[in-house]
Every structure is written in C-alpha cells, then in structure tokens.
Design a protein around this ligand. Structure first.
Ligand SMILES: [Zn+2]
Length: 198
C-alpha cells in the first residue's frame, strides 16, 4: 500500500489509517452474525457495528480534509494526474475500489478548495510520467508497479517512483504539454482533451 498522494516537493500524505477500525468492524460483524436476528442483543450489536462504520467514515473524511486544506493553503499551482479517474471511467460498470473512491474525493476537494482560496488547479494527462526521468527525460523500458525506487541509467539520478512522477506531472502542468511515447514533450493538449479516454 502506498501513500494516497505524493507531491513534487517530496511530501507524502501517508496512508489513511484504517487497520484498527477495520479489525473492530470484522470482529463486531462476527458477533452480530451469532445473535438472533432482531433480538435485543442483535440490536445492541448492530448499533455498535453502525457506530464503527460511522467512525471509519469520519477517519477518512478527516484525513482527506486535513490533507487537501494543507495542500491548497500551501501551494498556488496544483496539478493532478488523471490516471485513477480514467480507470474509474473505464470500469464504470464495476464498483470502484475504496482507494479509487478516496482518490476521487481527494481530487474533488482539491478542486473546490482551490476555487475558494483562488489557487490554480488542473487535471493533467499523466501518461508516461512514471517511466520518464524527471532530470534528463530518459525513458525506462518498463517499471513494474512494485518497484518504488529506481536509478536513471542515463544521468544516474536516484528516483523515488512517486516523487519522480509528481515532478513530471508538474512539468506537464506548467508547460501545458504532455509526454508522448518517446521521451519528448508534445504540444496541443488543451484542457478539454484532458478528460478523453485512452
Ligand atoms: Zn536521468
């Protein structure tokens, strides 16, 4: 599991800590399943379970609000990659994963809070941004998802996978360009093109 968000300055948001509450939910669900439905003890167990679900929801909401407020207050220009939302669109008949939902909500909050604080917010095409060295634009052949760190064979720079991708997203955002398959930036990417499927 990786951080929900990584910024180009190296800041990592951390994960939403749900392990403890998830454990309690699992345990309480088991207790509930052993009770006679609609009996007194069943109702008590059900109420407790509902409270745990509410607590989980609050942890998520709290984390997302704190993180997005911090980012929007601190930075004037915010560029976010579009990959996760594209995955969501492609699989619109399937349920989104929890992480997808959190990411979607995270971006939604960044967008409307940027508006409140009068900051510049933009979703950019993050295609190839993981595989390109942000220092010299060398393109690695393949970068498996489990590889979190890599060294550019060309300029020997040591990369954290997510920070490198975030730096490239910043480049794409500030230049208004996108990476093509080869290691050059290509033009002609307007804001309306950003939401196309690929
Ligand atoms: Zn390099």
């Amino acid at each position: 599991m990786k951080d929900l968000a990584t910024l180009s300055n190296g800041f990592k948001s951390g994960r939403i800590q749900l392990k403890e509450v998830d454990g309690k939910i699992r345990k309480q669900s088991q207790i509930l399943s052993k009770r006679v439905k609609n009996g007194c003890n069943w109702i008590k167990a059900k109420t407790k379970l509902n409270r745990l679900y509410q607590r989980k929801k609050n942890i998520v909401i709290d984390f997302l609000h704190k993180t997005t407020t911090k980012i929007v207050r601190e930075f004037d220009e915010i560029y976010v990659g579009n990959v996760n939302s594209q995955l969501g669109l492609k699989n619109k008949y399937l349920a989104r994963t929890t992480t997808d939902q959190h990411w979607f909500e995270f971006k939604r909050q960044l967008e409307y809070k940027s508006d409140w604080y009068d900051k510049h917010f933009m979703v950019v095409d993050e295609k190839y941004t993981s595989k390109i060295c942000s220092n010299c634009e060398y393109v690695t052949e393949s970068l498996e998802l489990n590889i979190r760190q890599w060294i550019c064979p060309e300029c020997k720079m040591h990369h954290d996978r997510d920070i490198n991708a975030a730096c490239n997203i910043l480049t794409v955002g500030t230049t208004g360009l996108a990476f093509s398959k080869i290691n050059t930036l290509v033009g002609g990417l307007g804001i309306h093109d950003l939401h196309r499927s690929w």
